[in-house]
Write a protein that binds this ligand. Structure first.
Ligand code: PMP
Length: 431
């Protein structure tokens, strides 16, 4: 079923069907950026060709149409998240969304001596904004350890919460370990000690969805390009309570309702954070991507991911010298993202070898160097593809054939290496 599902879905993705890539590319890097279906490309092209005008600023039909389409796009995102009207801000990406919170909320609410809790598994985008803020004001970021299976060590989480943090910043799913965090439980515990909670949903949302009305968080950040939408558009959902504690750091056209000489009034809604002309066609593309995901059906997406992740895990585990990082035995760990290492071979070498056979995977620290350092996979915390892990990540269009291509290439690599080691060739081992 899962393979047939993916084969059908694939037809919707022009890049996967173009002559250059159809036979020669196994794209297994969707956690970095997912491909876009034709409907998303079409929606953006339609806007650019037939509706292009600035929003909120024209009384003529073209501008009013552009405004209506832009408003519809915001509404589509809000409905998908279970948010109330006008609680979603369009940003450029997850990174900008998180920085926006660090600057607009953090600068007014985090003071000398305060504690912010994050986990060791956070992407740099959900760590550095807090670290920089803390260094500016004299606060402290406490990183929660992980258990040996890669999940959050909940005893250590409790220890961190006992420090009475003002903010807890958590990812829905790690971009290295690929395991979904038990957000319900973690958010409830954070709220019980009075913390505000930010969720980095960049990696989780495309796989697990997100309902802000069922989770007591304060902010949810994500990127369009990881959920089959365009690059250059992201979102930040802001709860009503958090909104009252924030103040925009950027201002200009679009964010105000009135300006006089020496005075101004901000727009009353979250769009006061959208200063300047927004990325209108990208927002429309993102809304279309969300419609596309809804059309496929979250249950089908999950079912496909489970089967494919299990297949990949079984394949990887059968190859001598391959270590898979993180525990993917629970259902929560089967979201199409698996990191692994090959004994004695640099991740970049593995990735280049696979690339030479048309298999696109990712190698390195995946913007999560503290996590890799904690796994003993990078001594220096320097950005380098020579250390870290190799990552295979999937999307709804990933087929068994693509996973087989990766597994075959890995088996070949391991066989070649063991042969050269047997011959005592000097390049046989990389340290
Ligand atoms: N958080 C996580 C968990 C991610 O995987 C990524 C992207 N790799 C980001 C944040 C940053 O996303 P973006 O580059 O789109 O801002």
């Amino acid at each position: 079923w899962a393979d047939e599902f993916a084969q059908n879905v694939r037809r919707d993705f022009p890049l996967l069907n173009d002559r250059k890539h159809r036979r020669s590319l196994a794209y297994l890097d969707s956690a970095a950026t997912a491909q876009r279906p034709a409907s998303v490309l079409q929606a953006m092209e339609d806007f650019d060709k037939h509706e292009n005008a600035n929003v909120y600023r024209g009384a003529y039909e073209l501008s009013m149409q552009a405004t209506a389409s832009f408003n519809d796009a915001r509404q589509a995102v809000e409905e998908y998240l279970g948010a109330s009207r006008r609680e979603v801000v369009f940003t450029r990406n997850t990174t900008e969304s998180i920085n926006l919170v660090a600057l607009s909320w953090g600068s007014h609410n985090i003071e000398r001596g305060d504690v912010i809790v994050a986990t060791l598994a956070e992407h740099h985008s959900n760590y550095l904004p807090w670290l920089l803020l803390s260094q500016r004001v004299g606060a402290h970021v406490e990183l929660v350890r992980l258990s040996s299976d890669g999940s959050i060590d909940e005893a250590d989480y409790e220890r961190a919460l006992a420090l009475k943090p003002k903010l807890v910043a958590l990812s829905q799913m790690s971009n290295v370990i690929g395991v979904e965090n038990p957000l319900d439980r973690l958010v409830k515990r954070a709220k019980s000690v009075g913390a505000r909670v930010l969720i980095d949903a960049a990696q989780g949302l495309p796989h697990c969805g997100m309902r802000v009305d069922e989770l007591d968080a304060d902010w949810v950040a994500f990127s369009g390009h990881k959920i089959y939408g365009p690059m250059g558009i992201g979102c930040l959902w802001i709860s009503a309570d958090a909104f009252n504690e924030m103040d925009p750091v950027m201002s200009g056209g679009g964010s105000i309702s009135h300006v006089g000489e020496g005075s101004y009034y901000l727009r009353p809604l979250a769009i006061q954070y959208e200063a300047g002309t927004p990325a209108i066609s990208q927002a429309i593309g993102l809304a279309e991507a969300i419609r596309y995901v809804k059309g496929l059906g979250p249950n089908n997406i999950c079912r496909h991911e489970r089967v494919m992740t299990r297949y990949l895990m079984d394949g990887l585990r059968s190859i001598e010298g391959v270590t898979v990082w993180g525990d993917h035995t629970a259902q929560e760990g089967l979201h199409g993202l698996v990191s692994f290492t090959v004994e004695g071979v640099k991740p970049i070498t593995v990735s280049k070898f696979l690339a030479s056979l048309g298999v696109a995977i990712r190698a390195g620290g995946h913007c999560a160097l503290p996590l890799h350092a904690s796994m003993g996979l990078t001594g220096t915390c320097r950005i380098s593809m020579a250390t870290g892990t190799c990552r295979i990540s999937m999307a709804t269009y990933t087929t068994k054939e693509e996973l087989d291509a990766a597994l075959l290439a890995l088996r070949l690599l391991v066989r070649l290496l063991s042969r050269s080691r047997a011959l005592k060739e000097p390049f046989a081992r990389e340290d």
